[in-house]
Design a protein around this ligand. Structure first.
Ligand SMILES: NC(=O)c1ccc[n+]([C@@H]2O[C@H](COP(=O)([O-])OP(=O)(O)OC[C@H]3O[C@@H](n4cnc5c(N)ncnc54)[C@H](OP(=O)(O)O)[C@@H]3O)[C@@H](O)[C@H]2O)c1
Length: 326
């Protein structure tokens, strides 16, 4: 097959036009490895980009999709041969280089990660950039001393892609997990993923105290804004927060007191890691952190359904991980 199908985004007002088109490999952004995409997924960033939010995509036309799994179809890079199973995420795919929302992708070999032993292409796609983010958060939290014995770990934005996988990974490693969600219908599903307790989102106190009751040994935060500020006030002494999201706001209104009176640690997580760290964390995800409930977290759609589901993610109507079977 030389021609293939892709969801291409075209410049438009008030938002990009989203069209499923038939393309040739030469239409793709340049690269020396051509991949037959097996699966891609929808991350929050993909939904924002496809609807022209936050100026994520600056050059059109563009194929979105910040992650993909598949098989090498052709390669000018000696490290890869046709048939190799691979993962690609980040490095600007789906943003300033054509991404995974297509049956073919072409990328530089330096961006291509061989599929870790022990994962299938579907499992790696359910994980995708979201699962890598959850794994990276756990990696740095444990590197900083988090252990299950230290106490409960809170996961915010719990029904989201990153958070669902984080709950599964943490529970599998023996952590006591509290899930924070705004979705009152999701409590049973979050417990089935491994949460031992489910709580609602925080309200917004008019004048918060700089320190509140110390509750969490660890926190995995999708939300940012007031939620992250509240986390700093409610961590146990030496508690560790990993912060990667801003879905609830980018501003942070903090005092230094939790840092200097309780020794809390705030770790920033950027999933666009250099390749050696990716290899290390993906190997952990495939073995030590391996989620055990991925079939509950992932659900597959077709490329034809993708435009509708990108809109549904923006409306907050999706839970877990939506995977596109190419
Ligand atoms: N730093 C990085 O490298 C990196 C990597 C991946 C993702 N991210 C960011 O991490 C965040 C989560 O990504 P995702 O792909 O998991 O997104 P997602 O699947 O859309 O999940 C986000 C979850 O956050 C909660 N939420 C939504 N709006 C909220 C609001 N206004 N206030 C509080 N909670 C809200 C919802 O969960 P409930 O209904 O259960 O509360 C939602 O399911 C996003 O901000 C994304 O951009 C960053």
């Amino acid at each position: 097959m030389t021609s293939f199908q892709a969801l291409r985004l075209h410049d438009g007002k008030p938002e990009p036009a989203r069209r499923i088109e038939t393309l040739q490999p030469g239409d793709l952004s340049p690269g020396n490895v051509l991949i037959e995409v097996a699966y891609s997924s929808i991350n929050h960033k993909d939904a924002l980009a496809a609807h022209g939010r936050n100026g994520i995509i600056r050059q059109f036309p563009r194929i979105g999709g910040i992650d993909l799994t598949g098989c090498v179809a052709a390669s000018d890079d000696a490290r890869f041969t046709p048939g190799d199973e691979v993962i690609v995420h980040g490095f600007g795919i789906g943003v300033d280089h054509d991404g995974g929302h297509a049956q073919r992708a072409r990328v530089p070999g330096d961006w291509v990660l061989p599929l870790p032993r022990g994962l299938t292409l579907l499992e790696a796609a359910i994980l995708g950039a979201a699962g890598y983010t959850a794994g990276l958060a756990l990696h740095w939290m444990e590197h900083n001393g988090l252990t299950p014995e230290r106490g409960p770990v809170l996961v915010t934005g719990a029904t989201g892609g990153v958070a669902s996988i984080a709950i599964d990974m943490l529970a599998g490693r023996g952590y006591q997990v509290t899930a924070m969600t705004g979705n009152s219908d999701a409590h049973a599903a979050l417990k089935a993923l491994g949460a031992s307790e489910v709580i609602g989102r925080i309200g917004s106190p008019a004048s918060p105290k700089p320190l509140e009751k110390a509750r969490w040994a660890g926190a995995v935060d999708s939300v940012g804004g007031q939620t992250l500020a509240w986390l700093t006030r409610t961590m146990q002494p030496e508690g560790i927060i990993s912060a990667f999201g801003n879905i609830g706001g980018a501003e942070l209104d903090l005092t230094v007191l939790p840092f200097i009176l309780r020794g809390i640690r705030l770790i920033g997580i950027d999933a666009n890691s250099p390749m050696p760290l990716r290899r290390q964390v993906w190997d952990k995800i495939a073995r030590d952190y391996r989620p055990t409930r991925l079939e509950r977290i992932g659900h597959c759609i077709t490329l034809a359904q993708l435009p509708e589901y990108l809109g549904r993610m923006l409306q907050g109507q999706l839970q877990g991980r939506t995977v596109i079977r190419m």
